[in-house]
Design a binder for this molecule. Structure first.
Ligand SMILES: C[S@@+](CC[C@H](N)C(=O)[O-])C[C@H]1O[C@@H](n2cnc3c(N)ncnc32)[C@H](O)[C@@H]1O
Length: 278
């Protein structure tokens, strides 16, 4: 019979391709046993049942084939909260927290704000905006109905009744009068596709990744729609690929000639966000 300790050792050996084999094995085991980390430490000589061991081995096999751990366990962290994820949504990335932080810093102290999260996926940005900006009215849109269902579950979990969810091609289903538009749209260019990890390109939804030939197709479409809907004094925040800062800033200046357009870098010094302040 395999104990919790032996199961973790087995997991680490199976997941040697991963940069974090011990953590991955532990998360899978916690999921199978429906127990937390403290329990695994305190009961490491407890045996797994036959069914638990079979379920664990099956997840290890999928993880060894590069299926991302959040898809296997059904959740991922973002801004200190736990978000439900499925294969229909992008796994929330820590880099995107910077966009939320810029948005909430800008909106804090402002009276009433109407905000839109474009391409909401799991709803991680919209939910975090709802928590950071209690006075804001927030609408989140996505083209994918399946993604909207996951976003709805996350809204119910973390910000009930704070976020309206609308199926929409970018902003087309929304009217004017927005103060804040936040968008982490697909921005992977065609030529970058071969460089993506197997875990990303085989398991994350193409609709969440592929930004057309140069990666900027969706952003190019969004900007005129945003220009029609943003109120004076408003802010647009676009997450971008690390080589897209100059190109997106130039597009932003075309559609918002009077705005202050800036490119913000992430902690690694790579272009990450374009901000348009009108
Ligand atoms: C990069 S993911 C971002 C998901 C989430 N906002 C996040 O930051 O983790 C992009 C999202 O945009 C959605 N999307 C793609 N094309 C769209 C379109 N034309 N209109 C609305 N949403 C779209 C995808 O379904 C996906 O959920």
């Amino acid at each position: 019979m395999t104990t919790i300790r032996e199961a973790q050792r087995l997991g680490r050996a199976h997941l040697h391709h991963s940069p974090s084999p011990a953590l991955d094995a532990r998360l899978l085991l916690e999921h199978v046993l429906q127990r937390d980390h403290a329990y695994l430490i305190a009961h490491d000589d407890e045996p797994l049942s036959v069914d638990e061991e079979a379920a664990y081995r099956s997840l290890l096999k999928r993880a060894a084939a590069h299926e991302p751990i959040p898809y296997l366990i059904g959740h991922a962290p973002f801004m200190g909260l736990d978000f439900i994820v499925s294969h229909h949504v992008l796994i929330p990335r820590p880099e995107t927290e910077q966009l939320v932080e810029l948005a909430t810093a800008w909106g804090r102290g402002k009276a009433a704000i109407r905000a839109a999260d474009v391409g909401t996926g799991s709803g991680c940005i919209a939910v975090s905006l709802a928590n950071g900006l209690p006075q804001a009215e927030i609408v989140a849109v996505d083209l994918s109905q399946e993604a909207l269902e996951i976003a709805a579950a996350n809204v119910a979990r973390h910000a009930p009744e704070r976020v309206g969810l609308v199926r929409s091609d970018l902003l087309t289903a929304l009217g004017p009068g927005l103060d804040l538009i936040a968008a982490n749209l697909p921005y992977i260019a065609g030529h970058e596709w071969p460089t993506l990890s197997i875990g990303v390109k085989s398991y994350e939804p193409t609709l969440a990744l592929h930004g057309g030939e140069d990666g900027l197709e969706l952003i190019r479409e969004l900007l005129p729609q945003a220009a029609e809907r943003l109120r004076p004094g408003g802010l647009v925040l676009l997450e971008i690929g690390w080589q897209q800062g100059d190109a997106v800033a130039a597009l932003a200046r075309d559609w918002f000639p009077a705005a202050a357009v800036s490119v913000r870098a992430d902690f690694a010094g790579h272009d990450r966000i374009v901000a348009i302040e009108t």
